[in-house]
Design a binder for this molecule. Structure first.
Ligand SMILES: C[S@@+](CC[C@H](N)C(=O)[O-])C[C@H]1O[C@@H](n2cnc3c(N)ncnc32)[C@H](O)[C@@H]1O
Length: 289
């Protein structure tokens, strides 16, 4: 008797409002890599579904395939901003990786003691602003009295929504409560709705602007005393990280410092940067000969 061939059932995703195939996920992976340099691990499929499902509902589309088709169409160009905003991970908090802040304070003080009248810091993945506000507080606390150098901070991110939050400088009470003792009262105003807003003295030090780290060129024209680029390069592959570090080098002053995230290690870019301390880099010493 002939055996019947096995029945192969199509793979159906249960419990999902919209169809989301592996092929759709692959297309999204390629698009976010091209737009933002973000390398999405295959295990992130559910996360991607959760982050984009609202866009599909809002646009009244019926599947992820239709969403990617839309993104790739001429009329979908403007959707890219929402697409990128939805897929970036923006976790941050005040004085994150706190060991960097006393080092920054010492660095700024030594630059001022050497005669610098202006100090500038670039916060290169500033998210909702907690990091640049922590930098501004550190800079002010470094010069409590007497002559203060002019201090400016450029805070950049790819995500336009988080930049807006940073510009407003308004944070929930629970977030501000985690600041080191005394800083909430000194640097934030309590608003009638219970939130806290960074005081003008801090806000006036920081300029928020959109900048994509993987763009071929950046519209930054000056050199910085310190660059903070923390917890963003973990989303990039090594070639992308190398390309960003190579472009950081001419933007950091000769004795400037580059601060990176706790799980980021750039030993492979030793032609440009060398480790100076825990997750802090300086320019690589020039090779002889
Ligand atoms: C996890 S947050 C880190 C925030 C902060 N630096 C910290 O350490 O707390 C990563 C940030 O990088 C931003 N980002 C991702 N890709 C980027 C890119 N290509 N260019 C600029 N910013 C990017 C995201 O929008 C997000 O706000």
């Amino acid at each position: 008797m002939n055996k019947l061939p096995p029945i192969v059932l199509p793979k159906v995703e249960f419990n999902r409002e919209f169809a989301f195939s592996d092929q759709d996920f692959e297309r999204i992976r390629k698009l976010i890599y091209k737009e933002a340099g973000i390398s999405l691990n295959p295990s992130k499929k559910d996360m991607v579904y959760g982050r984009l499902v609202r866009r599909i509902r809002e646009l009244k589309l019926t599947s992820f395939a239709a969403y990617v088709d839309f993104l790739e169409s001429v009329s979908g160009k403007r959707e890219f901003e929402q697409f990128v905003n939805a897929l970036t991970t923006n976790l941050t908090f005040f004085f994150r990786e706190e060991h960097h802040f006393p080092l920054l304070a010492e660095h700024l003080k030594s630059r001022a003691a050497a005669g610098a009248s202006e100090l500038s810091i670039w916060c290169a993945a500033s998210s909702t602003g907690e990091e640049p506000y922590s930098l501004a507080i550190t800079a002010l606390e470094a010069f409590p009295s007497g002559h203060k150098p002019a201090i400016s901070i450029i805070a950049t991110d790819l995500d336009t929504l988080v930049l807006e939050t940073g510009r407003k400088g308004i944070y929930a009470a629970e977030k501000v409560a985690k600041l080191p003792a005394g800083y909430a009262a000194k640097y934030f105003d309590k608003l009638p709705d219970g939130n806290f807003q960074a005081k003008q003295v801090l806000r006036s030090m920081i300029t928020f602007q959109r900048l994509n780290l993987i763009d071929a060129t950046w519209s930054l024209r000056k050199q910085f005393d310190a660059i903070f680029c923390r917890n963003v390069m973990i989303y990039f592959d090594r070639d992308t990280q190398f390309g960003v570090l190579k472009k950081f080098a001419p933007l950091l002053k000769p004795d400037g410092l580059l601060f990176v995230g706790h799980s980021e290690n750039f030993y492979f870019a030793s032609d440009y940067f060398q480790l100076r301390g825990k997750t802090v880099y300086q320019h690589a010493a020039k090779k002889q000969g």
